[in-house]
Design a protein around this ligand. Structure first.
Ligand SMILES: [Fe+2]
Ligand SMILES: [Fe+2]
Length: 188
């Protein structure tokens, strides 16, 4: 195991800082990816999906900034990610939600790897910090799965796509429904 360097001015190991910066890159990538998808939906006339994705892009930026704050507060240095490989063209609305689900599953894997690393080196503070992301990923995947189900249930013929676009606008309130403790989840 790598030597842990935790000092009076730094409560993160360099390895953990590096991994958290990688996660920053991934969240920044999500934000850029969803912005690109939002723009495509906007130009294609899927205005509700576009709004949903513009909001989602903003949320991903907040996820990124959450990690910025955490790294810098812990004595590290959060790095603005360079995002280069963004797709601008998509085949269909359905393809967009398929790509979102694939992307969110890969983000979940990255978060799980990070959590696992923190557990192994016994960095329980970062482990605790990351729990928020673990739960967030569950919600993100559920949203994408529900969106894809709409295509199967409603169908894309006739006014199908128009109806799917309307229904996508209602998905967030579904994700924010009160939890078992009765508390309504605030959007993040
Ligand atoms: Fe995220
Ligand atoms: Fe996400």
């Amino acid at each position: 195991m790598k030597k842990q360097i935790v000092t009076k001015t730094r409560s993160l190991t360099e390895e953990t800082e590096k991994l958290l910066n990688k996660q920053i890159h991934l969240e920044g990538m999500s934000s850029a990816y969803y912005l690109s998808m939002a723009s495509w939906c906007d130009k294609e006339g899927y205005s509700i999906s576009a709004e949903f994705l513009y909001r989602h892009s903003e949320e991903e930026r907040h996820h990124m900034l959450k990690i910025f704050g955490y790294i810098n507060d812990a004595g590290g240095h959060a790095l603005q990610p360079v995002i280069e490989t963004i797709t601008h063209d998509f085949k269909s609305l359905r393809q967009i939600f398929e790509l979102i689900l694939d992307h969110e599953i890969s983000v979940t894997h990255a978060i799980n790897k990070l959590v696992d690393h923190c557990f192994i080196i016994k960095d329980f503070t970062t482990f605790h910090f990351l729990n928020w992301f673990v739960l967030e990923q569950r919600e993100e995947e559920t949203l994408a799965r529900r969106a894809l189900e709409l295509f199967d249930i409603i169908g894309e013929e006739g006014v199908g796509l128009w109806t799917i676009d309307q229904e996508i606008g209602k998905l967030e309130s579904f994700a924010q429904k009160p939890g078992p403790d009765g508390e309504s989840k605030a959007p993040e």
